[in-house]
Design a protein around this ligand. Structure first.
Ligand SMILES: [Zn+2]
Length: 148
């Protein structure tokens, strides 16, 4: 909004300028939240993480009153966001505690089922052995009957 009416060093807020890198690309609009320039928009290169290849303010520097007001509002917003995040964290921790309890129940049931399976398996072996014994005894009795 102040771009075209002020000095030429301020770029139009709506038209991305080209950066000055070896391979130029459209600059990216960002917002500063430093104490010196709260809320002040600027253009810089998409590759700015690799070096300060391109940087230009979009907005004029704010006067001290607006800077302090924006910084105070930012602190309040940060405080609300922090309180909100703490509530979400507490809720997530409660959910984790519930899930741990359920996991404990499930592990107990699994242990019970394993014990029952093992008991059943032993019974089946005993039953199988008894059945074989009976068949062998019948076989012996039949052989004795025909042997006489
Ligand atoms: Zn660039």
């Amino acid at each position: 909004m102040t771009s075209s009416s002020s000095t030429t060093q301020y770029y139009d807020a709506e038209v991305n300028p080209m950066c000055l890198c070896r391979t130029p690309s459209l600059a990216k609009k960002r917002i500063s939240w430093t104490d010196d320039n709260p809320g002040r928009r600027f253009w810089n290169c998409r590759m700015s993480m690799k070096g300060p290849w391109f940087f230009d303010w979009i907005d004029l520097e704010l006067n001290e009153h607006y800077k302090l007001t924006l910084l105070r509002l930012r602190r309040e917003a940060d405080g609300e966001a922090l309180a909100d995040a703490r509530m979400k964290l507490a809720s997530a921790e409660a959910m984790i505690a519930k899930l741990k309890l359920k996991l404990g129940d499930v592990k107990e049931k699994a242990a019970d089922l394993k014990m029952k399976y093992e008991e059943t398996s032993v019974r089946a072996k005993v039953l199988g052995f008894s059945l074989v014994s009976v068949v062998v005894m019948i076989g012996v009795m039949v052989m004795m009957k025909y042997a006489v």
